[in-house]
Design a protein around this ligand. Sequence first.
Ligand SMILES: [Zn+2]
Length: 308
Amino acid sequence: MTTAFITHADCLKHEMGAHHPERPARLSAIEDQLIASGLASYLTKFEAPLASDEELSRAHPLEYVKAIREVAPRAGTVHLDPDTAMNPHSLNAALRAAGAAVLATDLVLTKKHNSAFCAVRPPGHHACRARPMGFCIFNNVAVAARHAIHQHGLERVAIIDFDVHHGNGTEDIFEGDEHVIMASIFQHPFYPYSGTDNPASNMFNVPLAAGSGSKELKAAVTNTWLPALNDFKPELIVFSAGFDAHAEDDMAMLRFTDSDYAWVTEQVKTVAERHAKGRMVSMLEGGYSLSALGRSAVQHIRALAGLN
Ligand SMILES: [Zn+2]
């Protein structure tokens, strides 16, 4: 079974300003490297549908979804927070990003594909229950996890977040939820300055000091993530796949390498194969050095597809 690759041209039209790091070229960088590496020919490509209000409202209050629809501009730019803006294409891009999460979950849970990677933007893991934040509008991994639980009847979904920033929105949505655990690493102290103050018992957060690299990642995964995941026995794994912890990424100060993204994916894949019939859904989050982003995404997707 091949790995699904889900994206949409609408996600290239969402722009938040000329010098904003979360830019359309990020998706082109990933597609370029998929072609250059030869990996593209092993993937089955899908266009992301628009998420429905029902699908979004499993992760966000319906009033929030309606407020985002209302604030979306017909012309010009509207700022949702100092870092997050909408242009006239942003609403559709955000609906496609969340819709990709739904389609990926459907493809994987109906056995059409073992795994799926969604090259979409805006990202989602800072989007809280009722607040956009940090380049994020809807929480895409939360939409995937809740779709798996409500539509497909799953009892246990694990979210893996290896973005350099703490997924505070995902934690806000799932803290104390018996159906979901989140295992994450993030630079600390660093934006959004969360994840370390008495996290709920279903949150397996490992803060890493600036300068941490492969060794600290491996310790976090081996000592914290894998025991938690094997104990929980997830039926589906959903990645918040951010690549901004790469050493070449100026957004933060962790020192991961290309091969770390293959390694961490392979470790999680062993859990997926043991407990979840190999089922994995991966949503793009951060990653702002275009070259490192493209190369790292290839490492991650190749490992998802079992082509290493
Ligand atoms: Zn990030």
